[in-house]
Design a protein around this ligand. Structure first.
Ligand code: FE2
Ligand code: FE2
Length: 168
């Protein structure tokens, strides 16, 4: 059985992951409106991944006999000044999510919940990967600067990403 505290913070993370999904979906539509379909597809895959994270946590809470309370999802931002700004916000957002995941691990350790601690290791590793991936995209975008040919090539590159649900 899961402790009340652990249940509560994991429940909060279900909402945080849904918000991430919502934010990336908003970014995806912004890119679509700018005719950058590769970036839009990349962001859509990102949104699907976050929804997957949310459900993964929700399933874990249920498996441990906890309760789910779905809260309202905050309205995401809907416009940005440039593709670089979108990716920089993504990088910043992922860094914040990493902090949240670390806080969850802290609670698991405080509660001596070793099962939750093991479960959360997947998210710890996932955040390392996500921060590295988006960090690389930001660096490439900086190299491109205002060159539209570079942006065009990057859009093609970003469009290659497809969402595949991670397997254990
Ligand atoms: Fe996530
Ligand atoms: Fe993420």
């Amino acid at each position: 059985m899961i402790s009340k505290k652990m249940n509560e913070v994991l429940n909060g993370q279900v909402n945080a992951e849904l918000y991430s999904s919502y934010l990336y979906l908003s970014m995806s539509t912004w890119f679509s409106e700018k005719s950058l379909s590769g970036f839009a597809g990349w962001m859509r895959a990102q949104a699907q991944e976050e929804l997957f994270h949310s459900v993964k946590i929700l399933d874990y809470i249920l498996e441990r006999g906890g309760n789910i309370r779905l809260e309202a999802i905050e309205k995401p931002r809907e416009s940005w000044s440039s593709p670089l700004e979108v990716l920089q916000e993504t990088a910043g957002h992922e860094a914040k999510v990493t902090d949240l995941v670390n806080d969850l691990v802290d609670v698991a350790l405080e509660e001596r919940d070793h099962a939750a601690s093991i479960f959360l290791q997947w998210f710890v590793a996932e955040q390392v990967e996500e921060e590295a991936t988006v960090g690389e995209v930001v660096e490439k975008m900086k190299m491109i600067g205002d060159h539209s040919a570079g942006l065009f090539a990057m859009d093609m590159e970003m469009g290659k990403r497809v969402f595949t649900p991670p397997t254990e």
